[in-house]
Design a protein around this ligand. Structure first.
Ligand SMILES: [Fe+2]
Length: 382
């Protein structure tokens, strides 16, 4: 984040704190409960949104070297992301040209070749079909049409982005998609960040509820009273929309002391938590010294969710001496999310399924949440 932006934000935050009023949206907003349980709604979200926009599938650092690959099924399309021997990052559907079996089951690794477990059809790490066992039985097969099916991928901000339904010769177009947020994210130089770890979490509620959990600070001192609640200012959330995306800033407990220092001694970034909500399903959390990257995906129904959570560490905070620091951060995060947020999300979803209330209400201090759902609704083509 550039210094001009930091100064502007500091001024706006100071104005709120000096007046004793938390940032507020103009009005409350009703949110239909049906949006969390309707299969038709999920189909609309898939067709109008997930099949149309760039989606994050993981950290660039996982595929830094030739041959490095990872697999990912969360978009609903089983994918292989692999850096070829030529250094080019590519994405493929994880589907053999013979009968369609997945050619690789491993979560990640480094390979020159992928061999389908079914009949051992063999592909190089550029996706080209190299060999067919007993190939005299496949006279007449046009091998060029039996290579792995490619899709567009792009690396930007330390993340790998795809469009699973696009043809290989199309682009992902991340910068255009991010708009003004692109330049701001660029200032963090996330391309240099290291992938510390990824956890994949499965649960039984709607995919939007994972995102919802990040988009207000109102609940922190109640639900998270013994975990992160003491460290982040509850109810204060400064929100700015960036097209369909958003930036929400929360204040760490150290912020109040920092802002009373002489201007030259003030530092913004270590004393805030920044939630970059990338439409529709990715949340990048600036934690003062590192990023978490979250992406939430529906399973096969509105009642199942799979979320991918990664810790991305900056290059100056990597090495064995930092392992305990990241372990501790991750433990607090998982205790907060799994034992608190997700528990509540399950009860909300049960009540939504039972049709107890026709809507929920988003308060004026929940501006990011309002924007997220307004944008989802606006993007659905009926
Ligand atoms: Fe929470």
């Amino acid at each position: 984040m550039d210094l001009t932006t930091q100064t502007e934000l500091l001024d706006r935050i100071n104005a709120c704190l000096d007046s004793g009023s938390d940032p507020m949206a103009p009005s409350i907003m009703a949110q239909p409960s049906e949006h969390y349980v309707s299969a038709e709604r999920l189909d609309e979200e898939q067709a109008s949104i997930f099949d149309a926009v760039p989606l994050v599938v993981g950290a660039s650092d996982r595929v830094r070297n030739p041959g490095d690959f990872f697999t990912d099924d969360l978009t609903g399309y089983p994918l292989i992301i692999v850096r070829g021997d030529d250094g080019v990052l590519r994405g493929f559907h994880n589907s053999c040209g013979h009968r369609g079996a997945a050619v690789v089951d491993d979560e990640a690794g480094c390979n020159r070749r992928f061999t389908c477990p079914y009949h051992a059809w063999n592909y190089d790490n550029r996706g080209t079909l190299v060999s067919i066992p007993n190939d005299d039985g496949f006279d007449g097969v046009d091998r060029s049409t039996r290579s792995l099916i490619e899709l567009p991928v792009e690396e930007r901000h330390g993340l790998v982005w795809v469009r699973p339904t696009a043809a290989a010769n199309e682009t992902v177009g991340v910068a255009a998609f991010l708009g003004d947020l692109d330049a701001e994210l660029e200032t963090f130089k996330m391309a240099n960040y290291y992938h510390d770890r990824t956890d994949v979490l499965n649960d039984s509620f709607n995919w939007k509820q994972v995102v919802d959990g990040f988009l207000e600070t109102y609940h922190l001192r109640f639900l998270h009273s013994t975990t992160i609640g003491p460290f982040i200012n509850s109810n204060f959330a400064l929100f700015d929309a960036y097209g369909p995306h958003g930036r929400m800033i929360g204040l760490r407990d150290s912020f109040e002391a920092m802002r009373t220092l002489p201007p030259d001694d003030q530092a913004f970034l270590p004393h805030v938590a920044i939630i970059y909500q990338i439409f529709p399903n990715t949340v990048l959390v600036w934690q003062g010294d590192h990023f978490e990257a979250w992406s939430s995906h529906a399973g096969t129904s509105p009642s199942t969710v799979t979320a991918r959570a990664s810790l991305l560490a900056p290059p100056d905070l990597i090495g064995p001496e930092y392992d305990a620091r990241w372990d501790k951060n991750w433990q607090i995060l998982m205790d907060t999310v799994l034992l608190e947020d997700f528990v509540v999300a399950r009860t909300i979803h049960q009540n939504n399924l039972a049709g107890i209330r026709s809507d929920a209400v988003f308060g004026r201090q929940e501006a990011a949440l309002q924007h997220f759902h307004t944008q989802l609704e606006a993007h659905i083509e009926r």
